[in-house]
Ligand binder design. Structure first.
Ligand SMILES: O=C1C[C@@](O)(C(=O)O)C[C@@H](O)[C@@H]1O
Length: 307
């Protein structure tokens, strides 16, 4: 049996998506995404949401001998000393997650957690599951936090490319937090042929599997490179869609533009070309009402695209 984890959601997260009045990215979608990723990683989850601090504490106490770790999403209870103390009291490894970046909000709960994953929408949670599955809670042994030159260069390239296409309309995340600072804007879809292509020749590049990235409070991670079509890149776009940061039409446009680039010889992740072409075709079709993709299908694709 895999590791058993408690996922604890704090106040108002039951209304996720609904209160922002947007499609997708609802609490049920988050639940589905968590279940799919847990199944893929062989984890067993107990998921509890409450709007009451005391219930969150009682749940921690009650579950402490049944689970081996906690993913806590304090939501607006980020400043809760009782929550911090309960986590410390039960002594289980914990990771703290936020959909949005904390910005200037100081989390007290963080004091009882090995790390904070924030600003990545559903991915904050999914990456917490991955860390538990890998046993590397802080992300340090995978070199996530080392700021090596390659990662920094990739980030700089990505930023430059985002600037280039900043004029293009993208579905932006709605603000959930008090300051509305954090959620990472999705990279805009490149206009077809606007980036370097490599002629007709099909090029496949080795791309490291979906990295669990540095999610330190101060330095948000680089998004997967937009230069190479990789499973990580498609997963990140689907996850933007599931989190409501990207509309179905935006996702279809992004997929169609990549389809054109791939047909023109743009590089794809080694050995994944066929799968990636399949998903691009499917996502492109998803814009037509008759062949629209359900959240469940999107979550299934997330699993198929696991590195
Ligand atoms: O609902 C949200 C989102 C949030 O929970 C987060 O995870 O970023 C933070 C809360 O303050 C806010 O009310």
């Amino acid at each position: 049996m895999g590791k058993r984890l408690l996922v604890l959601h704090g106040p108002n997260l039951n209304l996720l998506g609904e209160r922002e009045g947007r499609e997708g990215g609802r609490f049920a979608d988050l639940d589905a995404a968590l279940k799919a990723r847990a199944a893929a990683l062989g984890l067993e989850l107990t998921v509890v949401q409450s709007n009451h601090e005391g219930v969150l504490l009682d749940t921690l106490h009650a579950e402490r001998s049944r689970v081996e770790g906690v993913v806590v999403s304090p939501s607006s209870l980020f400043g809760s000393y009782p929550l911090r103390d309960a986590l410390e009291a039960i002594g289980l490894p914990a990771l703290e997650v936020y959909l949005e970046a904390l910005g200037e909000r100081e989390s007290v709960v963080a004091e009882a957690c090995a790390a904070t994953l924030e600003g990545e929408g559903f991915d904050s949670y999914l990456q917490a599951l991955e860390r538990f599955a890998s046993g590397d809670l802080t992300g340090e042994s995978s070199g996530e936090d080392e700021g090596d030159e390659e990662a920094e260069e990739a980030e700089a390239d990505e930023e430059a490319l985002e600037d280039e296409v900043a004029e293009e309309p993208v579905g932006l995340a709605k603000t959930l937090g008090r300051r509305g600072s954090g959620a990472k804007a999705p990279a805009a879809a490149p206009a077809s042929g606007s980036r370097k292509t490599l002629g007709r020749k099909v090029v496949e590049l080795a791309v490291p599997p979906a990295s669990v990235k540095t999610l330190g409070r101060k330095s948000p991670p680089a998004a997967p490179s937009e230069d190479v079509l990789s499973r990580a890149l498609v997963r990140s776009r689907i996850s933007d869609r599931l989190a409501g940061r990207l509309s179905p039409a935006d996702l279809a446009t992004w997929a169609r533009s990549w389809w054109t680039r791939v047909q023109g010889g743009a590089p794809t992740e080694t050995g994944q070309r066929e799968l990636l072409e399949d998903i691009l075709q499917r996502l492109t079709l998803a814009n037509i009402p008759a062949t629209r993709m359900s959240e469940t299908e999107l979550v299934d694709w997330m699993t198929r695209l696991e590195g």
